[in-house]
Design a protein around this ligand. Structure first.
Ligand code: HAM
Length: 416
């Protein structure tokens, strides 16, 4: 028996007509990001494993447990990118971009890889649309990015969302907060699983991120990071809130918002969709400031802030809404005994920039018309002996049903 293959678990094919939804999403992204002054960057899908260990953090779930890492034929330890920020920062530093321009505003669209447990909205290959800005320390930049994210979602018709905000302060206040968190959870050590005890010792802040049920009652009395903010971070956070109010952007403060990646400082935010289609994977956008990451990766001290959205999750939300009907070819040519003419006309029209189609299997006029309907063609034209003789044919509007006689020689001009 011949072996049958299927795609890897958690990695999906995207087939037509679903690709149309993705194209709409990507086109809207490019258009909106351009309007906000962003240019596209493309980085490879694989990087040195150490980039993610150092950039995102070895103790995070994403790097510690979910990376697709392997030795290549040259015995180098490389990983499929689990996220886009560390690669973009690597590229920014490697090409010394700060010497060319004081501010860089970049976006990217592409696949990311995390070996996660599969469920709705959570995949092993998924796609992110991300934005990163280098060179602006002020909260105006955080606010502009949030505005961009919401504007983009709005243009896709995704408006039933909640913006959650927090601030993680500077490294010093995170250290103090980490000590308090350690002290708090230490007193409950006896109820923590072995895994959680290890996390407590390595990186107590990760406990606040834990989804284990045993943790829920311990969270209520856990210290809150916003109470430990340094003065400059507090001012930054308050100014950000003021700017959002100025732009009529609603938000809720979520002091328990600890993002799953280690590089953040000050602003952290998430956009959560209120739609059951996503199940528990309701966060469609996550981001924040990472002013220390560039230096940490050997680059110049440069303030930076960004976000990324999960495109599969956006598609699930879009699918839950009525979508405009797919537009088929502009003209469908039907061969009723004029095969050569159909063949020549098809080439002529396409060359002139008209999307034209015919059924290359041939067959009865009826079956060809059926195909035209299936493709949702805008116009249809039947060509046979009479049409060849007179050089005229009926152009039928498939949607209104109206017909008019047109000269074949002028067809491309008429349709364009
Ligand atoms: P993140 O929160 O890990 O942040 O991911 C951002 C978004 O990617 C999530 O909110 C979610 O929509 C989507 N996502 C994550 N994992 C999966 C998955 N397994 N399946 C489907 N969708 C998923 C980052 O990656 C940061 N790099 C964001 C950032 C950019 N921060 C600053 N700049």
């Amino acid at each position: 028996m011949k072996q049958k293959f299927s795609g890897l678990r958690g990695m999906s094919d995207i087939l037509p007509p679903d690709t149309a939804l993705w194209q709409r999403l990507e086109a809207t992204a490019r258009e909106t990001f351009k309007r906000f002054g962003f240019d596209e960057i493309r980085t490879p899908i694989a990087e040195e494993t150490a980039l993610f260990e150092r950039g995102v953090g070895e103790d995070t779930e994403v790097v510690g447990k979910e990376m697709y890492s392997f030795l290549d034929k040259g015995e180098r330890n490389i990983s499929l990118r689990p996220e886009g920020t560390a690669p973009v920062v690597r590229s920014y530093i490697e090409h010394a971009v700060h010497q060319r321009e004081p501010i860089s505003k970049w976006f990217y669209i592409g696949p990311m890889f995390r070996y996660e447990r599969m469920k709705t909205g959570r995949y092993r290959q998924f796609h992110q649309l991300g934005a990163e800005v280098f060179g602006v320390a002020k909260p105006q930049q955080d606010a502009e990015l949030i505005q961009l994210a919401l504007e983009f979602l709005g243009r896709l018709g995704i408006v039933d969302v909640r913006l959650e905000l927090s601030s993680l302060g500077n490294a010093d206040c995170r250290r103090r907060f980490s000590e308090k968190t350690y002290a708090h959870f230490s007193s409950f050590r006896h109820v923590l699983s072995e895994d959680l005890q290890k996390t407590l010792e390595r990186n107590p802040l990760r406990l606040l991120d834990s989804k284990e049920e045993a943790m829920a009652p311990l969270m209520a009395s856990a210290p809150v990071l916003l109470d430990y903010l340094d003065e400059a971070s507090r001012e930054h956070f308050e100014e950000l809130q003021r700017l959002l109010r100025l732009s009529d952007i609603d938000f809720v403060l979520n002091p328990r918002l600890v993002r799953g990646l280690d590089y953040y400082s000050r602003t952290a935010f998430e956009i959560v969709a209120q739609n059951p289609a996503l199940g528990t994977a309701s966060t469609i956008c996550g981001g924040g400031r990472y002013d220390g990451l560039l230096e940490q990766l050997g680059g110049p001290s440069t303030p930076a802030v960004g976000f990324a959205m999960g495109l599969e999750r956006l598609c699930l939300l879009m699918e839950a809404q009525p979508q405009p009907a797919l537009q088929g070819p502009m003209l469908f040519l039907v061969d009723a005994g004029a095969a050569d003419e159909v063949w020549k006309l098809l080439a002529r029209l396409r060359k002139a920039g008209v999307s034209a189609e015919a059924d290359l299997r041939g067959g009865s006029v009826k079956s060809q018309l059926k195909r035209a309907n299936k493709l949702n063609a805008q116009y249809c034209m039947v060509l046979g002996d009479d049409e060849l003789k007179t050089g005229q044919a009926k152009l039928k509007d498939m949607h209104s049903g109206t017909e008019r006689e047109v000269p074949l020689a002028e067809l491309e001009g008429l349709l364009r």
